[in-house]
Structures are given as structure tokens and as C-alpha cells.
Design a protein around this ligand. Structure first.
Ligand code: B1M
Length: 210
């Protein structure tokens, strides 16, 4: 599709207004919010990520791309969270300490809300104390943690170990996600499940709440 190709270029160039406009055009053409997210925005961000890794793009450019993506997501959010369904559970979610990546986490939050979950978003750079306070204060069912760096993902284990020490690990379902994680890592740190993407997070959470 010509427009989605253009969107990938615009995302790469960090052109927020163009991304917002194109997102609206795809909606007007009848695309589902989920297809726009995955086939245009996430696909475009994957290209940005590859060139970032290869030293072709640098932090300022990637920040602009992320900002452009958020513009599109902002438009899609009300559509993704629109739901008449009764609440099926409550999830506290946040990116772990030392990590400021939040696009994936935001996406997971939106899709979970759309599926009927109540979401308490703690934002980025969360220490164990913050997670545990929120879980108790919110009377949550699920803890969701996100990490995008190999240097921050071990912090998830710190959180889970602290839950075990305090005897509250079994009171919550713990779901983890983020690009550098995998199934094996999720098991090794004692999470209930690793979620590859937002759709899997929704399905996994539903299964545990059933
Ligand atoms: Co960062 N960065 N970054 N970055 N960045 C990565 C992660 C990297 C892989 C890029 C690369 O080298 N190819 C690399 C990590 C390498 C590694 O650890 N092995 C990297 C690096 C090195 C860094 C810095 C250290 C760079 C520097 O300063 N030298 C720095 C670290 C800052 C910090 O956190 N302390 C940094 C900074 C940044 C920006 C600020 C510029 C920006 C973030 C802006 C923002 O988030 N507001 C940024 C970005 C945008 C990226 C890439 C390009 C894209 C991430 C993204 O948003 N993807 C990324 C490359 C990549 O991942 N390919 C990269 C789109 C998003 C929808 O996907 O987040 O994977 P993702 O989320 C998915 C799933 O993973 C899953 O569902 C989501 C939706 O499907 N999921 C969950 C995620 N969290 C979940 C939680 C759940 C369930 C599922 O809980 C239930």
C-alpha cells in the first residue's frame, strides 16, 4: 500500500503531523485501529530500530520518530479503549527502573483497556517500591512490567524476588514483555508469562482471569 509506505518514511523522518494525518486517512478508509498500529506504525518503528542498531540513526532522530508514532497512537487510543465490556480485571503496568522506553507499554495498556481491563499506568523508570505500593493500593490482579534494554530486564527479577520475600508473589499474576525478552527469560525470573506483543498480553491476561 502506497500510504503505509509513505507512513514508514514519515515515521523514519519523525514527521508527526503527517503521521497523524495518514492515520486518520486509513481510519476513513475503514482500516481497523489494530491494523494501522501493526502494519504502519509498529512496522515503521521496526525499520527505525534496525537503523538505530546499525548506527545510521541516533537518539535525537529516534526520539522524533517515537514522538511521531505517539501522535498516531493518540488518535487510535479512544478507538482501542472503546469498550462496553464489563471490567475483567485490573492491571498495574510500568517500565522498569533505569528504562525510559514507553511506546510498547502504552500500546499494551491501550489494547488491554480495549479488551475490558482496568489499567493503572505507572509510567517509566519504576523501582520495586512503586510497583508494590500501586499493586496494594489499587487492589490489582495483574502486574505488567516492560523492559527494552538487556541492562534493565534483570530488574524484573528483583521485583519478583521482593514479592516472594514479602509473601505476596502468589497474590498477583505477573506478566512481562519487551523486545529483548523471551519465553525462557520469563520462566527463569519467575513470571507467570512472557508476552511477545500486545495482542498476546491481552490473550494471556484473559486466560489467567478466566
Ligand atoms: Co532505545 N534501544 N535506547 N530508544 N530503542 C532499543 C530498545 C534498542 C534495541 C535499539 C537498537 O540498538 N536496535 C537498544 C537496546 C539494545 C539492548 O539493550 N540490547 C536501545 C538503546 C541502546 C537505547 C539507549 C541506551 C541509546 C543511548 O542512549 N545510547 C537509550 C536508553 C535510554 C533508557 O531507557 N535508559 C535509548 C533511548 C531511546 C529513545 C528515548 C530515543 C527512544 C524511546 C522513546 C520512548 O519510548 N518514548 C528509543 C526507541 C524508540 C527505541 C526503539 C527504536 C523502538 C522501541 C519501540 O518503541 N518499539 C528500539 C529498537 C527496537 O525495539 N527494535 C530501541 C515499538 C514498540 C511497539 O515495541 O517496545 O517492543 P516494543 O513493545 C512491544 C512488545 O515488546 C511487547 O508488546 C509491545 C507491543 O506489541 N511489550 C510488552 C512491551 N512491553 C510489554 C509489557 C508487557 C507485555 C508486552 O507487560 C504485560
Amino acid at each position: 500500500d502506497e500510504l503505509t509506505e509513505q507512513m514508514m518514511d514519515d515515521l523514519y523522518d519523525g514527521l508527526k503531523e503527517e503521521i497523524v494525518e495518514a492515520t486518520q486517512i486509513l481510519l476513513d478508509r475503514g482500516w481497523t485501529p489494530y491494523d494501522i498500529l501493526t502494519k504502519a506504525l509498529v512496522a515503521g518503528m521496526t525499520i527505525v530500530g534496525n537503523d538505530f542498531r546499525d548506527g545510521i540513526l541516533f537518539v535525537p532522530e529516534v526520539l522524533l520518530a517515537a514522538n511521531a508514532m505517539k501522535g498516531g497512537m493518540h488518535l487510535l487510543k479512544p478507538l482501542l479503549v472503546e469498550t462496553g465490556a464489563p471490567t475483567i480485571g485490573k492491571m498495574v503496568i510500568g517500565t522498569v527502573k533505569g528504562d525510559i522506553h514507553d511506546i510498547g507499554k502504552n500500546l499494551v495498556g491501550m489494547m488491554m483497556e480495549g479488551a475490558g481491563f482496568e489499567i493503572v499506568d505507572l509510567g517509566i523508570n519504576n523501582a520495586v517500591e512503586g510497583y508494590l505500593e500501586a499493586l496494594a493500593a489499587e487492589n490489582a490482579d495483574i502486574l505488567g512490567m516492560s523492559a527494552l534494554l538487556t541492562t534493565t530486564m534483570p530488574y524484573m527479577k528483583t521485583v519478583i524476588d521482593t514479592m516472594k520475600e514479602q509473601g505476596i508473589r502468589e497474590d498477583y499474576i505477573v506478566l512481562v514483555g519487551g523486545a529483548p525478552l523471551n519465553e525462557e527469560f520469563g520462566k527463569a525470573i519467575g513470571a507467570d508469562a512472557y508476552c511477545r506483543d500486545a495482542a498476546v498480553a491481552v490473550e494471556t491476561a484473559k486466560t489467567y482471569m478466566a
